[in-house]
Design a protein around this ligand. Structure first.
Ligand SMILES: NC(=O)c1ccc[n+]([C@@H]2O[C@H](COP(=O)([O-])OP(=O)(O)OC[C@H]3O[C@@H](n4cnc5c(N)ncnc54)[C@H](O)[C@@H]3O)[C@@H](O)[C@H]2O)c1
Length: 272
């Protein structure tokens, strides 16, 4: 079902690697809802991923940018303004990577160069993207910026490793920029805290199958899918959520506020 919620809106979407990426689904939904889109990803992801296919489907230009490079971001945002003949309305930050996770370094034996890279790519990149937009006055009034996060920012999930610390920083950056950009131009900044989802980044976390099933069993509504996340992003980019800002919005079927579910109790009971 489409509602034309993003008619005449223009957006910049980071992080679509392949058809499983959450950003991929968000781009498709935004296009269906009438938005014009520009896509970006790291130069290496352009070679390895399938973003070109998505670009054709949503009629978008793809602009490579390493999200930790302020020079790349400057060029990207300037080009996005050119494409749109002026400022645009929304940004999706759907970027995450931890070299410690990739190289199976446990949290208790973290490599600090890797950890700095985790923070830069997965959290500071949001600061850099927003600062670039702010300084170039790239967003229209009532614009909306979203970043994707995970509940490991608030609760311990041992295998989520230093990504948990990166997500805590990402959520803090969201609040700080939500204040500054709100005062300057009524631009909202929020995070969506998504259920475990089968994607390249998600499945890279050790034991992913187990915590996917655990979360599903705990959530009264079951895990939220990537398509459902895309729907939620559309509503947050639309004018229907103009006064929501500086929030971490759980999109997890109720997992975050469930202590224990009858399903899980039954499971433990069976094991006795
Ligand atoms: N999959 C999950 O279970 C889950 C749950 C909650 C939140 N998230 C978050 O959703 C977001 C999107 O991840 P996904 O699950 O769709 O996986 P994904 O692997 O499809 O997307 C991650 C993206 O980050 C991009 N990226 C990495 N380094 C970059 C850099 N230097 N510059 C620019 N882009 C870079 C990758 O190319 C890729 O497109 C991430 O922030 C992730 O932490 C995922």
């Amino acid at each position: 079902m489409t509602y034309n919620l993003l008619r005449e809106k223009k957006g910049l979407i980071f992080g679509a690697l392949d058809e499983n990426s959450i950003a991929w689904k968000v781009a498709l939904r935004c296009h269906e809802e009438g938005a014009s889109i520009t896509l970006s990803n790291a130069p290496i992801a352009m070679r390895m991923g399938k973003i070109g296919e998505l670009a054709k489907m949503v009629n978008a230009e793809v602009i490579p940018a390493d999200a930790i490079s302020t020079d790349d971001l400057q060029k990207l945002v300037q080009r996005t303004i050119e494409i749109n003949n002026g400022p645009f309305d929304f940004v999706l930050h759907s970027i995450g990577m931890s070299p410690n996770v990739r190289k199976n370094k446990p949290y208790t034996d973290s490599n600090y160069e890797f950890m700095a890279k985790t923070m830069d790519i997965s959290a500071l990149s949001l600061h850099k993207i927003i600062q670039t937009c702010y300084q170039l006055d790239a967003l229209n009034e009532n614009g909306s910026i979203l970043a994707l996060t995970y509940i490991a920012a608030q609760r311990v999930f041992p295998n989520y490793n230093d990504m948990a610390d990166a997500k805590a920083l990402l959520e803090s950056i969201t609040r700080s920029w939500g204040y500054h950009y709100g005062v300057k131009k009524k631009v909202r900044v929020n995070t969506i805290s998504q259920s475990p989802t089968y994607t390249t980044a998600g499945s890279g976390v050790a034991g992913f199958d187990i915590f996917f099933n655990y979360a599903d069993g705990m959530s009264p509504l079951g895990n939220a899918t990537a398509d459902e996340c895309a729907d939620y992003c559309v509503s947050m980019f639309s004018d229907l959520s103009k006064k929501v800002t500086m929030q971490n919005l759980f999109h997890d079927g109720g997992y975050s506020f469930t202590g224990v579910s009858e399903k899980m109790m039954q499971l433990f009971n069976e094991k006795e």
